[in-house]
Design a protein around this ligand. Structure first.
Ligand code: UN1
Length: 507
């Protein structure tokens, strides 16, 4: 199958889907251009408040049905969705690569993450466990159970245009929730393709309209979701600036958020590192997805004794990088998402130079027939200082900062000395250094790795980070608890009604 099946050859695509039923939007026109070649993929009219209301009402009604279905049966629907993603892996991976710009291998990897989370969610559908406690009162039983929340709003970013939705949606669905997805308006056709793929599963299983919903639109759709009291949980992935707005909107109504925001991830390379592993991990972490993962390696904290060696090895490795059409498997690095991202990349390079940064590998915007979209840039490396303002920020581009350290405590302080707290790594074969890095005195991030780069987390772990990364955890482990409400139940099967804490109250 070719991905063009999911894109109308002429005219505007419907932007709203409630399962199998599609609706055109009546809002502003959103075109989608590929950063690969600058060509228009398609266009659609964004959802207006009218269509938004229709979707939310459908979702509310659908929840009343979906929550009654036994969780393992919901898991069976998700299992079939996983099968559908397997069937369409190549075409969807190609579309992810073409609309977002990541390499085909990474596009296919993204779809694999979707398949994997479906498998995970199927197993989970039989394991939504609560605890049983011993009551202090005789003839009483006490336990806790988990119930679905209702509508889960999912706001996702362009860089993982399909997988982030699935991490949230598949878990939310087996938990008994219904979903409303607002994808990035930069990658709407990836989202539309996902909904085409799951439609046959929804139909075959007679899943009511309103269980899986898609609402493509601009920032205003995110604002409607954040402010909507009918939506108990908003899971948002994107910049810290966006997350702060969403959190303020949802907090205003005391709703719940699950935030997965910016990262400023570092790898510490110690004198006891296996340098081959360290360089490979650092280069993939820094230039993979053209530096547009929230887990991208942005800082290398290198022991002073190795600094020159690492510099030379990195320079050599960057010299080998092939930049170009990401659908051509010969290439390692594709384009940035759009020319605005290119402007931010240039501004960051200038800011770094202004603060005193020296470039080991110079940045550049590439030109020529293969780079006609204007979105291809040279991955670059700057020697910098940890306290530079630009080093403290997340620039969503392949711009790597080299920092040097003397003691392991200093290295950890540099690693932690940024506002973000997503992913971190140490490259060492020294047990003491590794364990210190993983101890409470070590990395303050949600993800801390040893001898692995900062990106490429597996779906089985809880994914997310601390500080300005937002504190949310999604995907594996017990992240499912964020999508459910906990209820403590105490049952009295005795013939009296004793009070807790031994209180006497005789009447
Ligand atoms: C993101 O960039 O928003 O750990 C998610 C990784 C991927 C997920 C990144 N599994 O790099």
């Amino acid at each position: 199958m070719n991905f063009s099946t999911w894109i109308p050859s002429t005219g505007s695509s419907p932007a709203i889907c409630t399962g199998t039923h599609w609706m055109p939007g009546t809002g502003t026109l959103i075109p989608s251009y590929s950063p690969v070649d600058g060509k228009k993929i398609g266009e659609l009219n964004s959802a207006s408040k009218v269509e938004y209301e229709i979707v939310i009402e459908k979702a509310q009604t659908a929840f009343l049905h979906w929550r009654k279905m036994p969780a393992p049966q919901r898991g069976e629907v998700v299992r079939q969705m996983g099968e559908a993603f397997r069937t369409h892996k190549t075409a969807l991976g190609q579309l992810v690569s073409y609309e977002m710009g990541k390499s085909l291998q990474e596009g296919l990897g993204e779809v694999q993450e979707m398949i994997d989370i479906c498998d995970f969610a199927v197993g989970l559908s039989r394991q939504l466990y609560g605890l049983t406690m011993h009551s202090e009162r005789p003839g009483h039983r006490m336990y806790e159970q988990y119930h679905p929340l209702g509508i889960v709003g999912i706001i996702s970013a362009f860089n993982f245009p399909t997988a982030v939705w699935s991490w949230n949606a598949m878990i939310a669905l087996v938990c008994g929730n219904v979903c409303v997805w607002k994808p990035s308006e930069k990658t709407p056709f990836c989202a539309i393709a996902c909904h085409h793929i799951i439609a046959s599963v929804l139909e075959k299983n007679s899943v009511p309209e309103g269980v899986c919903n898609l609402v493509v639109g601009g920032r205003e759709v995110g604002e409607w979701l954040a402010a909507d009291v009918r939506i108990p949980l908003i899971s948002a992935t994107g910049s810290t600036a966006m997350g702060k707005k969403v959190a303020a909107g949802v907090g205003q109504r005391l709703g719940r958020t699950l935030l997965e925001l910016g990262g400023n991830n570092a790898i510490i390379i110690t004198p006891d590192a296996d340098l081959d592993i360290a360089i490979r991990g650092a280069v993939f972490g820094a230039v993979g997805t053209a530096g547009q993962r929230c887990t991208t390696t942005r800082r290398l904290i290198i022991h002073e004794s190795l600094y020159e060696t690492v510099k030379q090895k990195l320079k050599a490795a960057y010299g080998q990088l092939r930049i170009g059409n990401p659908l051509d498997q010969q290439n390692h690095v594709g384009p940035l998402i759009d020319t605005d991202a290119v402007k931010r990349y240039i501004a960051a390079i200038e800011a770094c130079k202004a603060e005193g940064g020296r470039f080991l590998v110079e940045g550049a915007v590439l030109s020529g027939p293969d780079f006609s979209s204007g979105c291809y840039v040279q991955p670059c490396i700057a020697e910098a200082m940890p306290q530079y303002r630009i080093v403290q920020e997340e620039t969503f581009a392949p711009l790597l900062y080299l920092l040097s350290y003397k003691t392991i405590d200093e290295a950890i302080a540099i690693q932690n000395g940024v506002p973000q707290g997503l992913s971190s790594s140490i490259m060492t074969l020294n047990l003491r250094e590794a364990e210190l890095f993983l101890s409470p005195e070590g990395s303050d991030c949600g993800i801390a790795n040893v001898n692995i780069g900062t990106s490429g987390a597996e779906i089985g772990g809880a994914f997310g980070g601390e500080k300005e990364t937002g504190g949310g955890r999604e995907s594996g482990s017990d992240s499912w608890k964020a999508y459910m409400r906990r209820q403590t139940n105490t049952i009295n099967y005795s013939r009296s009604i004793p009070l807790a804490q031994g209180i006497q109250f005789d009447i």
